[in-house]
Write a protein that binds this ligand. Structure first.
Ligand SMILES: Cc1cc2nc3c(=O)[nH]c(=O)nc-3n(C[C@H](O)[C@H](O)[C@H](O)COP(=O)(O)O)c2cc1C
Length: 190
């Protein structure tokens, strides 16, 4: 199973059309995919326990995880790969995805986490100019590096390239599913 961590608050528009294209590709590739909504308003931000660390460091779980975070974290542990999708806000990830990943990173980065070594696909969808795609993708990639995910692809879309990036997104989803279902076929240099 693949998890799509969605930072998009909208149910239509460019970003949604791109994540739909990825989902279509993943399903065509034969993998099951579950979308988790990081814009869910019940989710809290990191409460920065103690003097900077809490149970995230010692027990690899969030003390405030009963807001839905822990249930999502458990689903994430079960997945074989991850797709991160966000609109570009202020040249960064949208706030919902950022604060979810802030909490997840604290729980997964400092131990032999089950997600370490798995693959990720990144998609950032910008507005008119496309300004901010690169710093946004870089921010997403930094999360992946901290938790030990291998990034298979980085897609950046705006209104000018949307048509062909949508096609690329479908293909990326299909290819990602293939890699996740058959890990021996994947990996740097192959
Ligand atoms: C608060 C906010 C900040 C935004 N900041 C940027 C930005 O820095 N760069 C950019 O290209 N687009 C920016 N946008 C536009 C979104 O990236 C764009 O709406 C979305 O990715 C794609 O369009 P969609 O809304 O049709 O999905 C911003 C939008 C909002 C709501």
């Amino acid at each position: 199973m693949i998890i799509l961590l969605d930072g998009n608050p909208k149910s239509d528009g460019l970003c949604r059309s791109l994540s739909d294209a990825i989902l279509e590709g993943v399903r065509q590739g034969g993998a099951e995919v579950v979308r988790l909504d990081t814009c869910d308003r019940r989710l809290r931000r990191c409460q920065i326990c103690g003097t900077g660390w809490g149970s995230c460091r010692t027990e690899h779980r969030c003390s405030f995880g009963d807001d839905g975070f822990t249930a999502m974290q458990e689903q994430i542990h079960e997945a074989a790969g991850y797709i991160l999708v966000t609109p570009v806000y202020w040249h960064e990830m949208a706030e919902g995805l950022k604060s979810f990943l802030d909490r997840l990173r604290r729980c997964e980065a400092l131990h032999a986490s089950p997600i370490r070594g798995r693959g990720a696909l990144l998609l950032a969808s910008a507005g008119g100019s496309g300004n901010g795609i690169l710093p946004c993708l870089e921010q997403m990639e930094r999360f992946c590096r901290h938790v030990g995910l291998t990034v298979y692809d980085r897609l950046g879309a705006n209104r000018w390239n949307a048509e062909w990036v949508r096609e690329a997104a479908r293909e990326a989803g299909r290819g990602f599913a293939r890699f996740v279902l058959n890990p021996s076929a994947s990996g740097p240099g192959r």
